[in-house]
Design a protein around this ligand. Structure first.
Ligand SMILES: Cc1cc2nc3c(=O)[nH]c(=O)nc-3n(C[C@H](O)[C@H](O)[C@H](O)COP(=O)(O)OP(=O)(O)OC[C@H]3O[C@@H](n4cnc5c(N)ncnc54)[C@H](O)[C@@H]3O)c2cc1C
Length: 566
């Protein structure tokens, strides 16, 4: 899903102005709520049908979402990464399946955006802007999912007069969003020069699509297998005109595309949680609304609001960096992975808690949280599973730890302590505790050579993510206190509520890194081999918990609009 601001472009991207973004978010909400009221959503979900009229309406002159994603030079409006995240979150709030169908076009055009020749870009991207055609992104195969390098689809050159005039594509693609409804497809196939992207038109001889999959969730999105049997594409449809660039091109945009799926996790999670908040404000049990029961709010509502807003802090920070031109050549892929991992896991947990918060009603279809939970579940799987995210995060930061001789996280902690000096209320010192504890865990792993265990490596990915997110959240809360959040950022919560949320998240992070880290290191070490002088941060993490319940009370008050918030 790309195309808005080219992640490869070194220049800063301002994107839409605030009024245009606000109008767009409202237009999406009005259009989708009108076209897909709750009873129609439930009916389509039950019948497993993609509302093609709505998807086409959104991607054509009727709503014109596609224009946001296309740069102005190709007839679009040139939204930037921040704009696209806001739009993705809004669409996912309404329906993650429809959001997937709309965004599949932009995922499908990613290879074009980063890899095509200027002429190809002009032709194919202009066509999306002007005609609103739908794309699908054909990478996954039955035997090649997380490991795309294992792909088996082939592209055999066809020679005419001594020149390559075309390619015959043969193989099978699996789980392709818009697979049964797209007008054009970008297909990853193995050419003699290596994996390469090809643009393939619907209706090409030898190219067929299977019936839609009968899925757990996002049943309003069409997902289908593709069959390629010597399907012929002209040589000009080799993206970029050079074979062997396919995997590099796919890698280049991950920082960006994963941010968009992160926004889906955020939108789906908040959609479910907001329903739980409304429900619990009026549901009387034990003589009072559930919203007044601390045991209810502090388990099922507050921690999820905190996690979702922590994820937002990462998404907005990474979006700003991409828009400042930092994302070239996949430079922010790890940050994109942290955003996706945090937001989609948070969205999934929030939707599950929303079912619990509705009691028996949550377990039926009428209140929609059951559907949202099934829908948002996909976000931890597609565009890189959570486990692949953990691996991506851990490998990169493990290298940073080694290359910096253990200084990577102490430096981050020092920065957070400096932030704490100016803003003592945003949880920065506790986020620093998490980074310091993480340093101890990484050092213990280095000395004991514990990352030989893949389990240890992947769990480190989780600890790294939570520690880094705590830092980002503290920074966002401090920026909010200064009144300096970008005007196009989300402004739902005031600065003091964000500060309380950040403190709660930082406490969780410090506790998790110290406790899980200790368990991991002890569990993987040979008995008696753990160096006694490594501080895994348990004492500091314990001390940082002071004030936790009072902060959760404040957040609950803010979520329910009660006096006492702030
Ligand atoms: C509804 C839906 C829509 C989709 N849309 C698209 C699309 O439009 N285009 C497209 O190309 N693809 C699409 N996909 C495919 C999706 O990206 C893949 O399903 C996903 O990347 C995982 O691949 P896989 O299903 O082969 O699982 P696998 O890679 O087989 O993974 C299975 C499990 O093993 C874990 N695992 C995998 N490798 C490792 C490892 N090395 N170490 C430890 N654990 C590992 C995974 O985390 C997962 O839990 C879609 C999938 C679905 C379900």
């Amino acid at each position: 899903m790309t195309v808005i601001s080219n992640p490869d472009a070194p220049t800063a991207s301002a994107g839409l102005d605030l009024d245009t973004l606000t109008m767009t978010l409202e237009a999406i909400r009005d259009y989708v709520s009108h076209a897909l009221p709750d009873d129609r959503l439930l009916e389509l979900d039950h019948d497993d049908v993609c509302p093609l009229d709505v998807v086409r309406g959104m991607c054509s002159d009727e709503l014109g979402i596609q224009l946001l994603f296309i740069p102005e030079e190709y007839g679009g409006m040139g939204g930037n990464t921040l704009d696209v995240y806001r739009v993705c979150e809004q669409m996912a709030r309404l329906d993650v399946g429809v959001a997937t169908s709309v965004l599949a076009t932009f995922l499908g055009s990613d290879p074009i955006f980063v890899g095509a020749t200027p002429e190809q870009r002009r032709e194919w991207l202009t066509e999306i802007a002007e005609r609103g055609i739908l794309y699908a992104y054909g990478a996954t195969e039955p035997e090649a999912g997380s490991d795309l390098a294992a792909l088996r689809t082939t592209a055999k050159p066809v020679m005419t007069d001594g020149h390559v005039s075309g390619y015959q594509l043969s193989g099978r693609k699996q789980w392709i969003s818009n697979g049964g409804i797209a007008d054009k497809y970008t297909i990853l196939a193995s050419a003699p020069g290596g994996p390469s992207w090809f643009v393939l038109e619907r209706g090409t001889e030898g190219f067929t699509q299977n019936r839609p999959e009968d899925k757990h969730g996002i049943r309003l999105s069409n997902t289908a297998a593709l069959f390629l049997d010597d399907a012929l594409v002209p040589a000009g449809n080799l993206v970029g005109g050079v074979e062997g660039q396919g995997l590099i091109q796919a890698q280049k945009v991950f920082g960006y595309t994963r941010l968009m799926v992160a926004a889906f996790g955020l939108g789906g999670g908040w959609s479910a949680l907001d329903r739980a908040i409304s429900y619990s404000a009026t549901r009387i049990q034990g003589g009072a609304p559930l919203s007044h029961k601390q045991g209810f709010t502090h388990k099922l509502i507050v921690p999820h609001a905190v996690r979702l807003e922590a994820a937002r802090a990462v998404i907005e920070a990474v979006a700003a960096r991409i828009d400042a031109g930092e994302g070239a050549d996949g430079a922010l892929n790890t940050e994109g992975a942290i955003a996706k991992y945090t937001a989609t896991e948070a969205g999934n947990l929030a939707a599950d808690a929303a079912i619990q918060a509705h009691g028996g009603y949550g377990y039926t279809r009428e209140y929609l949280v059951e559907k949202i939970k099934r829908d948002v579940r996909i976000t931890t799987i597609y565009e890189g599973t959570s486990e692949i995210m953990e691996m991506t995060i851990a490998r990169d930061r493990w290298q940073q730890h080694l290359k910096s001789a253990g200084r990577y996280y102490p430096e981050r902690a020092a920065g957070l302590r400096a932030l704490h000096a100016g803003h003592p209320d945003v949880g920065a010192a506790t986020a620093a505790v998490a980074c310091e504890a993480l340093t101890g865990v990484l050092e213990a792993c280095r000395i004991g050579r514990l990352t030989r265990n893949q389990h240890v490596l992947l769990r480190l990915g989780e600890l790294i993510a939570v520690a880094e997110v705590a830092g980002w959240f503290a920074e966002r809360a401090a920026t909010a206190l200064e009144g300096n959040l970008p005007e196009k950022a989300d402004h739902r919560f005031d600065a003091t509520t964000l500060a309380a949320m950040s403190r709660v998240f930082a406490r969780d992070a410090a506790h998790k890194v110290a406790c899980d880290g200790l368990r991991l290191v002890t569990g993987a070490s040979n008995p008696g081999t753990m160096p006694p002088d490594i501080d895994l941060g348990l004492d500091a993490a314990r001390a940082a918990q002071a004030g936790l319940i009072a902060d959760m009370d404040r957040i609950a008050d803010a979520l329910y609009g009660r006096a006492g918030a702030g």
